[in-house]
Write a protein that binds this ligand. Structure first.
Ligand SMILES: [Zn+2]
Length: 247
């Protein structure tokens, strides 16, 4: 019986039996761990508070017959506030779904975990624009998953920046005003180019430390959403709830 303790965030829960739960935990070093939480649905259970969606806790886990079980849990943060608003909640659920589709049990990469925790933290805090959080999550996740778009310069002539540029949501390539015209691509202002570069290249500590608003933020949002969908070759229906509640 292998025992270990890990910090993790609950991405999904599934009801099983009378009062039990299966929790999908995003752990720091073991990717996603699916664990059985006996009696967790009971209000009296010591596991109850730490086995809700978005709960962040230190979990004691053990493996028995190839199944993980939660033996105890020490809640660190419930991220309660993000549940009080439908836009924030559905955006958080979207983050969870994307992570569930990207990270596997064998992923020993802690960067997904770091991106997710930071995104949920800001979502819960409620001070940053939701579209900004969404774009940062989408584009940086694509980078971590191995689809970093080459946005450092024009893909044809190497020009760093022109007033307007063009972005190819299929290849992730950027084109300057001269080279992009012929490609029938969406035009993007230089502020959006700078924001994309920031999201792709900034350190985690600086990742959310920039501002973009109005039409530029909407353009960025459209591009990052389509780019991530193209990279992952899938759409996420939970986004429909987000857009319905956001508008
Ligand atoms: Zn060019």
């Amino acid at each position: 019986m292998q025992k270990f303790v890990t910090d993790a965030l609950v991405l999904k829960t599934k009801v099983t039996g009378e009062s039990d739960l299966i929790v999908f935990l995003l752990t720091e070093k073991k990717g996603i761990v699916r664990a059985f939480a006996k009696g967790a649905r009971s209000m009296k259970s010591k596991l109850h508070a730490a086995t809700s969606l978005f709960s962040y806790a230190s979990y004691g886990l053990y493996e028995k017959n190839d199944v993980y079980h939660v033996s105890d849990a020490d809640l660190k943060e419930s991220f309660f506030d993000l549940r009080t608003d439908l836009s924030r909640l559905s955006l958080g659920q979207y983050f969870c779904e994307v992570i569930l589709k990207t990270v596997t049990e064998e992923t020993d990469e802690s960067t997904f975990y770091q991106l997710m925790l930071r995104s949920v933290y800001y979502l819960n805090q409620g001070k940053k624009d939701l579209l900004l959080l969404k774009s940062v999550f989408e584009l940086r996740l694509a980078v971590i998953a191995g689809y970093a778009p080459p946005v450092h310069a024009c893909a044809v002539c190497g020009t760093f920046l022109t007033d307007k540029m063009y972005f190819d949501c299929e290849s992730g390539e950027l084109f300057c005003a001269d080279c992009g015209d012929a490609h029938a691509l969406p035009e993007i202002p230089s502020a959006v180019v700078s924001a994309m570069r920031h999201i792709v290249y900034a350190s985690f500590d600086q990742l959310f430390a920039f501002t973009l608003s109005g039409q530029s933020l909407e353009i960025l949002n459209r591009l990052t959403q389509i780019y991530l969908q193209n990279c992952m070759q899938m759409k996420f229906s939970v986004l429909d709830y987000f857009w319905t509640s956001y508008r």
